[in-house]
Design a protein around this ligand. Structure first.
Ligand SMILES: [Mg+2]
Length: 243
């Protein structure tokens, strides 16, 4: 069984805080022969960090734009899920954007990104944001706006496409129905729409109204926020399987 999970707000608590439950989830998965795979909007460089410092074999990063995994020698391999031409187009567009709008601040983690880039739009005037989004539309660049960033990319990228590709290529014996996904926010929506076993941790309640597609199971109560919710759920799942 694979436990796919978003990272921020799902395997953390109160925003970005790592708690002991995160390590309990890792231990629980290991002791129950489950694989934990992070599926996050964070950059590829974060994927390297996860693979280097935690007992993970693979991560799906940049919202599904790139998979990174350890090969049989333990070396990190990166597999972008968009074509080299799309990556090149993104590079060129980013240069054009910076020339055209020199005051637009790229996110500090953009240097560690491969398949997308981000803009710190909360540092920008409202009028600049509209100009930049119009420029992206005109240049046929995909983008999404979160609380702090405008992420932009070329090609077809989603968390669901990343997970689907990973299962088909790397774990072909596993059925989707034998896996679970945990999330907390609109950038998990492709998984809520298309992946059967989806769970929202209880802090998802703050953005449920923004979601067209909701998780199949929505946890409730402060005790099921973020990493606590994931841990409680997988403990129950293991108990249910014992009977
Ligand atoms: Mg999240």
């Amino acid at each position: 069984m694979i436990l796919f999970s978003d990272f921020d707000g799902t395997l953390t608590k109160e925003g970005c805080q790592l708690t002991r439950e995160f390590f309990d989830i890792i231990d629980h998965a290991k002791n129950n022969n489950q694989e934990l795979i992070i599926v996050s909007g964070r950059s590829l460089s974060w994927g390297h960090f996860f693979l280097t410092h935690f007992p993970f074999k693979a991560c799906i990063m940049e919202g599904g734009g790139v998979i990174c995994y350890l090969d049989s020698r333990g070396e990190i391999v990166e597999e972008p899920l968009v074509s080299p031409a799309e990556l090149e187009r993104l590079k060129k567009f980013t240069i054009d954007l910076q020339q055209q709008y020199p005051h637009v601040p790229l996110s500090v983690d953009s240097f560690g990104r491969l398949s997308d880039r981000a803009i710190e739009f909360h540092l920008m005037d409202e009028s600049w944001i509209d100009l930049v989004m119009d420029f992206m539309r005109k240049e046929d660049i995909n983008f999404s706006k979160s609380n702090v960033h405008i992420n932009f990319w070329c090609g077809n990228i989603s968390k669901y496409l990343g997970v689907k590709h990973f299962l088909e290529k790397y774990r072909p014996d596993l059925k989707h129905e034998d896996c679970w996904f945990f999330g907390d926010a609109p950038n998990d929506e492709s998984m809520f729409e298309l992946f059967h076993n989806s769970v929202g941790v209880s802090n998802i309640k703050h953005c449920l109204h923004k979601l067209k597609y909701k998780p199949r199971i929505i946890l409730e109560g402060a005790e099921n926020a973020g990493s606590s919710g994931v841990l409680n759920f997988i403990r129950k799942l293991s108990l249910a399987q014992e009977f």
